[in-house]
Design a protein around this ligand. Sequence first.
Ligand code: HEC
Length: 84
Amino acid sequence: MKRILALMTAAVFMFGMATLGFAGIEKCEKCHKGEKTVDKMVEKNKIATADDLKSLLRTGPKAGMHKPLTDDDIKGAADTLKLK
Ligand code: HEC
């Protein structure tokens, strides 16, 4: 019984983390799919911090594409991507 309870707690916890994580890049995923997922973009552009991500999206060559995104969207994405 105890084990089942522990398993259920773990499952609920993981589900919660997964939905939270997903919410962070949900908006990005409207455009970033397949070959161009955000984590691939981050890797390709050598983005290491949340500030790097923000300044690239605000002032980079593709700033126009990212205009509708709020600071919170970018911050959420940075959290999900585990940028500092
Ligand atoms: C309206 C569509 C759209 C949305 C929404 C969007 N992007 Fe993009 N993004 C693009 C396009 C188009 C490119 C250029 C892709 C390419 O270079 O092939 C791009 C490029 C990028 C790049 C590379 C930047 C560069 O200058 O080359 C990063 C990093 C990125 N996006 C991150 C994000 C993140 C993080 C989000 C969510 C917070 C997001 N994008 C949301 C369309 C979008």
